[in-house]
Every structure is written in structure tokens, then in C-alpha cells.
Write a protein that binds this ligand. Structure first.
Ligand code: KMH
Ligand code: ZN
Length: 310
């Protein structure tokens, strides 16, 4: 019988959706982001997907100096692949969103493959009081945001970062985004093997049903054949179950407090590492092996951890 492919675990440490009120575990100081990222790598994450936060109040920031406060510490302490988000806080320009990647030239970056509603405003109703002033409006007003990722934006990112040989985590929140990606490959923006993150359960994107995972995978098979590698991110309550299904289908998985604050139904996770340890246990119990950072580098054709600028 053919060997089953190893499962690459990505851990998304803090993101731009959740706020400090929602969980004491959500890291926002440089110390906490670095510490949780290192612990997640030790627990089995081969890739660390990173956003920055303002240390004073946990607000989302795209300031490269905020990344500078934790990136070198993560590099010194782990072999894990560093992936810097270009998602920003939904309000930033595309130029602001790529500034950290341009400065630090990581092995990977996220790249969002279409414009969409991207909302988490229903979360605002769950809290009566907030730790910091900015949080309530930020969450409640997300029903007014359009997450802008036009073809021109995507081309700007691809061209600006091409000299850095960065592999993209192509964030696809719906089936149309796969067709956008195919179009971008046809005009020469990206080289195989591409890495697709299928995203389920964001309000504005496709829902977290297994049917949708099969549909996204089948569509990607048709559009990209052998030219792609894939991973699954289930937002909120769908995180662990969709990751389990993905790994059983031969795919890779993403967990982390960016995507869900929970470790099981109704129970907040204590840390990113706790989520990594849980999915690792499930993956291994079900007969798969977890990929090391170097195995992830090989699978995705990455440039190497010695060719970053931090
Ligand atoms: N927060 C995730 C649903 C990005 O950083 O570019 C998507 C994400 C986007 O990770
Ligand atoms: Zn992200």
C-alpha cells in the first residue's frame, strides 16, 4: 500500500479577528507571541502563520517594527517555517499589508485570493464589557468591511515579492477564489507547486460542511492537477473536525488561536500549543505522521530558513 503523506501542521498564532476580551490566552505582546509560537513549534507545528499586535492594547498592527520585536526570537529558538500575513486588519492598503514581508523576506506569506465580506460582528453581542476601548467597535463594525483583494492587488503582491522567492499560502474562502488563482497562474504570477489554504466558516465565505471541503478539493484537482499542495482551516467550532477530515484525505491542517479560541466545545484553549498538540494526537492516532519543518520545506519547495532577513 502507498505510504500516506505526512501532515504539515500550520499554527496561526494571533490573527486579526479575535480580541483580548475574548480569551486571556490570545497573545498580543511580543514576548507572548514569540513564546506561544515557539511552544507551538515544539508541539509539532512546522509552519507558524504570524500577525502582529500592539503590545499596549492588543490592537491589530501591520507596522514592520512590531514584527521585528518577535521574528528573530522565533528564528533563534525553532526550525519552523515563518509565514507572515499580508491580510492586515481589513482596513490597510495593499502597500501597507506587504511592508513586513518586503522587510523580512520570510519563507512564506499569506495571499488572499479574492475580495469579500469578512465579518465577525455577531461576536460583539457575546460580551458585556471589554478589556480595551477599541475592541467593541472593531468587532461590531466588521459588518461594514469589504476585505479587498482585487486582481490588481494580487498582482501587486506577486510582483513586489517575486525577488524574495516567497511561497504563498493562497487563502481561498470560496470556490471562485480557486478560479481566481487559476487565472493568476495562467498569466504567470505563481509557480507550481502552489500551496492552497481552503478556508471554511468565515462569515462571507463558504460554510464549514464536509460537502464543501470535498467540492473545493475536487475543483482544485480539476484546476491544478498535481501542481498544488493543500491544507484546511476550519474557523471556530469547525477547526478540529475539518482538520481531522483533511488529514484523513491526505491534506494538511491549520490550527491556532487566530482561527478558533477553543480546544473543545465551549472550552477555551489555554494556548496555541494546546491546539497543536491536540491535532497532532488525532493525526497520529489515526495513522498519519506529522511533517517536520524540513519536510514541509521539501513538500512546498521553500527557499530555506537561512534566506530570510530577520
Ligand atoms: N484569518 C484567516 C481566516 C491572512 O492572514 O492573510 C485568514 C488569514 C488571512 O489568515
Ligand atoms: Zn492570518
Amino acid at each position: 500500500m502507498a505510504r500516506r503523506p505526512k501532515t504539515v501542521i500550520t499554527c496561526a498564532i494571533t490573527g486579526a479577528i479575535h480580541t483580548p476580551t475574548m480569551s486571556d490566552a490570545l497573545p498580543y505582546t511580543a514576548d507572548d507571541i514569540a513564546g506561544q509560537a515557539i511552544a507551538a513549534a515544539e508541539a509539532g507545528a512546522a509552519i507558524l502563520h504570524l500577525h502582529a499586535r500592539r503590545p499596549a492594547d492588543g490592537g491589530v498592527t501591520i507596522d514592520p517594527d512590531a514584527f521585528a520585536a518577535f521574528l528573530p526570537r522565533i528564528k533563534q529558538a525553532t526550525e519552523a517555517v515563518v509565514n507572515i500575513s499580508t491580510g492586515g486588519s481589513l482596513k490597510n492598503t495593499i502597500e501597507e499589508r506587504i511592508a513586513p514581508a518586503l522587510r523580512f523576506s520570510p519563507e512564506m506569506c499569506s495571499l488572499n485570493m479574492g475580495s469579500m465580506n469578512f465579518s465577525f460582528h455577531p461576536l460583539a453581542k457575546r460580551y458585556d464589557s471589554w478589556k480595551f476601548d477599541w475592541e467593541k467597535d472593531y468587532v461590531a463594525n466588521s459588518d461594514t468591511y469589504i476585505f479587498r483583494n482585487t486582481f490588481r492587488d494580487i498582482e501587486t503582491v506577486a510582483n513586489a515579492l517575486a525577488p524574495h522567492k516567497i511561497k504563498f499560502e493562497h487563502e481561498c474562502y470560496d470556490v471562485g477564489h480557486l478560479y481566481n488563482l487559476r487565472f493568476c497562474m495562467d498569466i504567470g504570477l505563481f509557480k507550481a507547486p502552489i500551496f492552497i489554504q481552503f478556508i471554511f466558516g468565515i462569515l462571507g465565505g463558504i460554510g464549514p460542511e464536509v460537502d464543501n471541503l470535498i467540492f473545493m478539493k475536487r475543483t482544485a484537482d480539476r484546476l491544478f492537477g498535481d501542481d498544488y499542495r493543500w491544507s484546511v482551516l476550519g474557523a471556530g467550532g469547525a477547526q478540529m473536525s475539518l482538520a481531522t477530515t483533511a488529514s484523513q484525505m491526505g491534506g494538511n491542517v491549520r490550527v491556532g488561536l487566530e482561527d478558533s479560541l477553543f480546544i473543545s466545545r465551549g472550552k477555551l484553549a489555554e494556548s496555541n500549543a494546546q491546539q497543536v498538540a491536540k491535532i497532532r494526537r488525532i493525526v497520529e492516532d489515526l495513522g498519519c505522521e506529522v511533517a517536520s519543518p524540513d519536510e514541509a520545506r521539501e513538500l512546498l519547495g521553500l527557499k530555506g530558513g537561512d534566506r530570510v532577513a530577520f
